[in-house]
Design a protein around this ligand. Sequence first.
Ligand SMILES: [Cu+2]
Length: 334
Amino acid sequence: MRRFSTSIQFSTMLWCMLALAVLIAPPAVAVVAAQTQATAGAQDADKGKQVLAFLPNELWVHVDDSITWTFVTDEIHTVTFLKPGQVRPPFAVGCPGTTPDGSSYNGTACVNSGPLVSGQSYSVSFPNPGNFKLVCLVHVDMTGVVHVLDPSETLPHDQAFYDHEADKERTELLSDGSRLEGRGTATAERTSQDAVSAGIGEIVATGGGSQIVSVVRFLPGTTIVHVGDTIEWTNLDPETPHTVTFGIEPSNPVPPSAGVTVDTDGARHAVLSSPRGNVNSGLIVAAPQDRRNLAQSPLGVKRFRLTFTSPGTFDYFCSLHDDLGMVGKVIVHP
Ligand SMILES: [Cu+2]
């Protein structure tokens, strides 16, 4: 009982001291850490056009402010700030690993959301001034920058400006995607009756870094040929890999399936003798951009050819993007 009353007296005294401290404290200078909103990725209604971009991809904040990125696509992205000079890890490896939502990036230790999709968000705060590169570990050309200014400096833009920039960039990239979709179909038709574009895309530069739009579709979606004909798929995307896969989805879509050979011009080639047959092109993808004073990257394998030796209807898909609706059909007439 005695101990109880002592503790009451002690806490009452604490409250009085706290109240006094509040009363005599100088009027607070409103240093409220601001919260900026941005978006990771965008897509159209049928998910065929994927904007691989931070929207917008250049932001100015004050020291101790934080930024929240909202994810809005079925395609995965990461919000990642690597250490200066850090070797870029695969997204499955991460920093290594991930750091929790609300992590603080001080310019020396890696911060990484890990792969996130629609409905998720990730916030980062910035305790030190500086200019920090923002990357997505899934998409190499999805980059941005965060400028962290001393509180004495005036921020050049507000949330309304960033919302407007994000809208403008999203609209422009999706509209580019529509134009590319037309070009992917037209290019395939011009090259040969039996040519299919396996995706098409572009990289766009902004003041903050680079953004991508990828059309994750086979263009055209249906091809009609005769027994003995060969169809050629070409990946026209500067970055996004695809596969041309018939039959059972392989557990590892990266390597070509057994029986896929290489033509003298480097394109992969296989023969399919039944609509129930299995064949996987492996990744067909552009080579990464070269960087001065580093070894050049080898040629990418961007083409896959398939010869049909029996009639029937053959359904196929991209092992990486079938969930986004990247599927096609080949009708082989006798
Ligand atoms: Cu794909």
